[in-house]
Each structure stands twice: as C-alpha cells, then as structure tokens.
Design a protein around this ligand. Sequence first.
Ligand code: IPM
Ligand code: MG
Length: 369
Amino acid sequence: MAANRKILSLPGDGIGPEVVRQTLRVAEWFDRHRIASFDVSEGLVGGAAIDAQGTPLADQTMRRALEADAVLLGAVGGPKWDNLPFAQKPERGLLRLRKEMDLFANLRPAMVFAPLVGASTLKPEVVTGLDLLIVRELTGGVYFGEPRGISTLPDGTRRGVNTQVYTTAEIVRVARVGFELALKRHGKLCSVEKANVMESGQLWREEVQKLHDSEYPTVELSHMYADNCAMQLVRNPKQFDVIVTDNLFGDILSDCAAMLTGSLGMLPSASLGAADASGRRKALYEPVHGSAPDIAGKDAANPLACILSFAMMLRYSFDLRDEADLVDRAVQNALGSGARTGDILQPGMQRISTTGMGDTVLAALEKLG
Ligand code: IPM
Ligand code: MG
C-alpha cells in the first residue's frame, strides 16, 4: 500500500463538525478494508479557532495545512462571531488558507443525481441529467484586491472600498484549468465576466480568448456576461459543460448552480494549487454549503456534499479514481434507497439524521465493496 496520505481535518463551525465526522467514517472504511489508508489529524479554524486560540487560523495550523497532502474543511462562521472586526471574522481563516496555499482553482461540480430530480425547485426536464462544472478563481479579484477598507469622510459619513483586480497570469492559470477540464469532459468552456462594464472583465475575456486560440483551439469557447449566466443557469442549465469565472461571480453562480441539484447540501468542491515538479498539488476540499447555524448540533445536516468532497480528494490528490467512483456510487445508491436528510426530503420519503445518512452511505459501500 502507498505511504500514508496525510489529511488535515478542519471541521470548523456550525454543521461543519457533524458533516466532517460522517466523512471521516468513509475514510476509516477504506482503512478498515485495507483499500487505502489515511493519516488524519485535526485542527481548528474559524469561530472554533477564535474561541480556543483567539484567531480564526493559528500560524501553527497554517503550517500544518501547508505540510498536509490534503485539507478537509467543514464550514466556518456563525452569528456568534458576526460582530467581530473584519480581520478577525471566522471567514478570514478560510480565506487565509486559500491565499497562503495558493489554491487558485476552485472546482464546483453541480450534478443532478437521478433520485433527486424531484427535489429541485426547477422542472424535472430542465435539470434531469445535469452535469456542469464551475471553475472559480479563488485567490484574486475583489476578495483580495487592494485598496480596500472603510474610511470616514470629512463630513462624517463613511466610504467603503474594494478593488476588483486581475493580472494576465492570474487569468491564464485558472483559464488553463478550465480548458484542460473541458477537454476531459464534453469539450465546451464558457468564460464569464462583465466585460461590458469592467476593465478587469475585458482583460479576462481577451486573455481567455488568446489562450484558446494559441493552445486550445479544439475547445468550443464562448463568453457570457455574469448576469446573463445567472439567468441561463435557471433557464437552461444543460447548455453548460465547464464554466470558468472570477472569484466573486464564481461564489454567486455556484450557489445558484447548487440549487439546481436540489440542495446546497449536495455540492462538493476542490480547491487546487499549481502542480509542483513531482506533480503534487496543494489542495483543500470542502462542501459548498456554509455552517448553517440554524440546524447546527441537531444531527440534521446533509453530509453528502462533504462526503462527495472527500471523493474529489481521492480523485485529485491521491489519484484513487476507482475509490472515488466507489464513493460517488455509494452516495447514489444511498439516495436511490430513499435516504433523505431534511434539505432533500420529498413527499413519501423518510427523513433521516446526519448520522443516519452516514450509516446509509457506509452500508452502500459495504454492498459495493
Ligand atoms: C464559499 C463561501 C465563502 C466565500 C465564504 C464563507 C468566505 O461563501 O466558499 O462559497 O465567499 O468564498
Ligand atoms: Mg459562497
């Protein structure tokens, strides 16, 4: 068996610890069946880290994340910490991880599992068979641009500033990920910005087109304004294969895409850095849903987005493709058997707990494995 794979688990806040717990049961299942072993250690991030260590991400945790083969993150944030000064908010912990690990490419697949077609708020014919992938730029744009801040004007009123900024290098490296993934899928890439009102969007469009013409002429490239993309996602989402977009538009459009699948509780993500000489990339995996404070601690959250994020880890960090497929199939079978957490509950089906969904996925793994 390959050397132990080092995973740093950062459960974080709200429902984070609950969904991560069920996910680690899946990792333990692989260990127990001697299929793959993982060396999992745990750390603090977000509000949990603020409470225990006075900061949303301690330097020592940052170091451990940089040393790990992969980071598994639950969720950060909650009302308890909402009134903290900006630089001390739980979210800063997550943003620091993304920035210092240089995780510029955020992959957010939105797939509609057949048994969940009825859970979507959209008509079945609009979402049946949907399989799209959003590649969101994750370390630039308005999330990190300078200048930023709130200042007081001479008349006593205030002014808030954020800066949207992208360089050629930042655009090209994430666009390249989009093109490469399109080549492995259905060969289509849609690049999204607001080139009609933003210079950074105009640059984005030009650089993506240039990269297409010089290196990826066989990919069918289109450009779309972000507002139109939001509309097209709910009008006819199956027109998309891969979407590549900036940090802020990607944040918004991926929540929208998530709901096509029935619930935010179904959408996994992988955040990847550049490959080093040995082909190894820094990587962080997290469900797209947040900390959901309203249901935290009630064993009511849907752990599937986190479990599917672990499947992405198997695929992208450990090259365990069959094992990743196995997890995907176990999730599919769990849903097929009628297992539903509250967020994807449909008439006539039984509502089960977070732990119950974990049990069902493990039982499906047992059957498949
Ligand atoms: C996401 C989240 C984060 C973001 C928050 C928690 C900082 O909404 O990962 O989509 O805005 O990127
Ligand atoms: Mg978001």
